[in-house]
Structure formats: C-alpha cells, structure tokens
Write a protein that binds this ligand. Structure first.
Ligand SMILES: Cc1cc2nc3c(=O)[nH]c(=O)nc-3n(C[C@H](O)[C@H](O)[C@H](O)COP(=O)(O)OP(=O)(O)OC[C@H]3O[C@@H](n4cnc5c(N)ncnc54)[C@H](O)[C@@H]3O)c2cc1C
Length: 439
C-alpha cells in the first residue's frame, strides 16, 4: 500500500468522523420535526383559522430564525431546510417570525384558503357598523396584550369625543369583558370622565388566566392611559395580574365579576344590554370579549350548583377534595394533572371517548402515567348524567356509575362570541388566509 493511499484513507476517515455527528444531529432534528408535523396533522392543530404564520416555501431558505424567535412552543419547525407550520394553534400573534425572517418568507394571516375566519368589520376607531357599538381586542381578529390595550384606548378616546347627552340612568359606556382590552377601556373611560361600568362573565384577567405556561412575553413597551408604561417585557402571569389589580384599586375601578352579557337591543337612541345581572342602559358599548367565548355547558341536572366551575385557576384550593374533571382536551388534562398532584385530592376524569384525540402526545402520556400510578381515575366513553351536592352520576359505556364528590370542573370548550355579535347586528367579514397588519 503506497503512502499516498494510506494518507487518502486517513483523511477520508477523519472527514467521515467529523461528519458523522453533524449527520446524526441533522437526522435527529428531521426525525423530531417529522414527528411534530405528524402529530399536528393527526390532532388537526396544523390548520387554524385564527392568527397564524404562513410560510412561502419558494422564498424560505431554512435558516431557522423564525423557529428560534417564536416564544411559543412548536408553532414552527424546520425540516429539510424549509420552515413548516406545525402546531399553528399555539400561535398567539407575536409576529416575531415575520419580523426576523431575512427573506420575507413568513406572513401572519387569518383564516386559510379553504376555511374562512369571521371577524367584525370595523372602522379605524374600532366602531362596528352599528353606531356606538365598538369591538376591541382579540375579538377583532388580532391577538396580543399590547394590541388589545392600544385598540381599547383608540376606541374609548373616540367615543369620549362624541356629544354626551344622557338620560337619568344611562351610562356613557358599558365595557363588556375584563381582559387586557376591557381593563384598558375602563381606565381610559375613567380618565375621560365618562360614566361607565365594566362587566365580566368570569373573573378579571381574561385569557391571561388561561395560560398553561407562566411566562408572558411583550415584545414592545406598552403604555396604559393615565398609568404609564407597563413595567414588564417578560413576566409571569401572577405578577401581571397583581399589577392590573393594583392599578384598578388605586384608580377605584370596580369590575362586576360573574355578570354575562347575553343580548343587546337598541331603543330610543341608546343600547339596552341584557345581562345576567339585569338590564343595563348605555349610550355606547365596548365589546372586549376575546375569542374564547363562553364556556360550554353540559346541560345536566345540578349544573347550577355552586361547586361546579368552568375553569381551574388555583389547584391548591382543592387539597384533600374529591374532584371530577369533565373533558378530553388539553385544558381538561392539564387541570386533572394539576389537581392529582395536590395532597390527598381524589381526581376522576370523565371523557366521552375511549381515546384522547384532542390533546398533544406528551400531555396524554403524562396523564396515562398518573393513571397507572393510581393518581387519576379515568372514566372513558363516559358522560355526566347528574350532579348532586355530594356525588356525581355518570353513564360509563352504557352502565350507570357514581362517585362521591366535592367539586366539578367542566372543561369542554367554549361557544364562540360571534352569535352575540350577529344578534347585535354587527357585520362580519370572512377572511381566507388574509395577511393581518399588526398595530
Ligand atoms: C396560551 C396563550 C399565551 C399567550 N401569550 C401571550 C404573550 O406572551 N404575550 C401577549 O402579548 N399575548 C399573549 N397571548 C394573547 C393575549 O392573551 C390575548 O391577545 C389578550 O388577552 C386579548 O385580550 P382581550 O381583552 O381582547 O380578550 P381576553 O383576554 O380573552 O378577555 C376577554 C374577556 O371577556 C370576557 N367575556 C367574554 N364573553 C363575555 C360576555 N358575554 N359577557 C361578559 N364577559 C365576557 C371573558 O370572560 C374574558 O375575561 C396569549 C394567549 C394565549 C391563549
């Protein structure tokens, strides 16, 4: 064997040794990306009508900046040097992917080519076609706390500039919803000297309360009218809520919690808002309802009992209690697992199917592990037939069953707020993959 040939073999071996880790790394990355895309397609989370990124594959160079920039998990993934949308449902509209893409291959859109998203037709002041009725925040199609605050500020400043003849008991403005948009609307209304009320079907905070993760990201500074800049760029949800509560307390603004808007009528030039706390007359209304809608009910006997709730906020309040969680999606699974980890809490999860098709694989695996460890009981093919003060009755695959019970959490999704908008006479337009400009 000549020295040249030996030299050739050595160099080839060195090159191969150097390349192996790179190839293995790339192979592992592609395998993970393929699994993620398959999972998203299986769950149907790759295609949403709400705000999400669209990748132009012709332009994409697969640099991965969008994947690295996105603060959410697994919205985007790179596979074979192209970015792909995986769990589009996780997108909340930060728009960082669009901004950091060096070749302009990403656009934030609403709706898809085949599935339209309905959003209200609004003026530049966020007024609908019904004069005096405004829609602000995520209900208008655009996500993010800063957009919600900015839109609410614009809307209330606009309505405050209108002439103010008023009846005896008539408000200048009724704010519906106490998420970031509704809270900002209330602050601006107070600053403008308007007579206003704020109603909220649940508890104040809006979508923020539902974040499964703790950390929130605000990519731009946010200014609150009369308060100044919100002092966070990255914050956990508890301090953010504490901040809102502090501001409301200092400004003496009261949010009427547990009051739902059900219908709006117009008569004699003013609105009559039908709410669960009675009729509220108001000259103007700001709808800051978000997109989550009203929690879906089971419509079973006993659902009106005070031990029934439609969301879980503080699992630690249920230590040592016997709890039933109803649902098979991510929120139900997360709630069941959070409760199962509390000391002496007994958890029964009631799911109407045999499989968990509506949640992501890691979540399902963690739940099944807890089931094997005896920390969660899962009733499959099951539905609740009645809720009684001390127990819950079920139909489990055609057989009656019952469990002693202290609390019930019904987490089976929500009824979108668009029916309410239509009933108010608001014109909606359907967007099919239309690019959205962020404020
Ligand atoms: C998982 C997740 C993570 C997110 N992360 C971020 C982030 O890091 N940074 C960021 O800027 N944004 C984030 N967002 C988006 C942000 O939370 C929303 O865009 C924002 O909360 C929208 O505010 P909103 O006031 O329009 O609606 P919401 O916050 O949804 O509030 C609407 C309120 O209206 C109430 N309501 C609804 N219907 C009625 C009715 N009929 N009567 C009375 N009250 C009613 C609801 O109960 C709710 O409290 C995230 C969203 C989610 C889901």
């Amino acid at each position: 064997m000549s020295l040249n040939f030996i030299g050739f073999l050595v160099v080839t071996a060195l090159v191969l040794m150097a390349m192996v880790p790179v190839v293995v790394h790339q192979w592992r990355k592609d395998r993970r990306a393929l699994a993620l895309l398959a999972e998203a397609h299986e769950l149907g989370t790759h295609e949403v009508v709400s705000l999400h990124p669209r990748v132009d594959e012709g332009l994409c160079i697969g640099c991965g900046e969008c994947v690295r920039g996105c603060p959410e998990q697994d919205v985007l993934v790179t596979l074979r040097n192209k970015a792909h949308v995986a769990h589009a449902v996780e997108c909340v509209g930060h728009g960082i992917c669009e901004r950091v893409c060096p070749v302009g291959a990403i656009t934030l859109v609403i709706g898809t080519e085949t599935r339209g998203a309905e959003i209200p037709r609004l003026t530049e002041h966020f007024e609908t076609n019904v004069p005096g009725l405004y829609v602000v925040g995520e209900l208008g199609g655009m996500g993010l706390i800063r957009n919600a605050i900015w839109q609410a500020t614009q809307a209330v400043q606009h309505l405050a500039a209108q002439p103010r003849e008023r009846g005896r008991d008539t408000l200048d403005v009724l704010v519906v919803g106490a998420g970031p948009a509704g809270l900002a609307a209330a602050l601006v209304a107070q600053q403008a000297g308007l007579r206003f009320r704020v109603i909220e079907q649940g508890t104040l905070g809006g979508s923020i309360l539902h974040y499964p993760r703790k950390k929130l990201v605000m990519t731009h500074p946010i200014v609150l009218s009369g308060v100044g800049e919100i002092p966070f760029r990255e914050v956990e949800k508890e301090p953010l809520l504490a901040f809102w509560l502090g501001v409301l307390e200092r400004r003496g603004i009261e949010v009427e919690e547990g009051v739902r808007l059900e219908k709006v009528e117009r008569a004699d030039g003013e609105f009559r808002a039908h709410t669960t706390a009675g009729l509220i007359p108001s000259r103007r209304i700001v709808l800051a309802l978000g997109r989550r809608g009203t929690p879906r009910r089971l419509e079973v006997p006993g659902e009106e009992l005070s031990k029934v709730a439609y969301r879980l906020i503080e699992p630690e309040l249920y230590d040592g209690q016997r709890v039933v969680v109803v649902g098979g999606g991510s929120s139900a699974l997360e709630a069941a697992m959070a409760l199962a980890k509390r000391p002496r809490t007994t958890v029964t999860l009631c799911h109407r199917r045999a499989e968990f098709g509506g949640a992501r694989a890691p979540l399902i695996q963690r739940l099944l592990l807890l089931e094997r460890e005896g920390m969660v009981e899962i009733l499959r093919d099951a539905r609740v037939t009645a809720i009684l003060p001390d127990r819950v009755d079920f139909d489990v695959a055609g057989q009656p069953a019952s469990r002693p019970n202290d609390y019930v959490f019904i987490l089976v999704g929500g009824v979108a707020p668009y029916a309410l908008l239509k009933a108010c006479g608001v014109d909606l337009e359907t967007k099919f993959g239309t690019p959205i400009l962020r404020g």
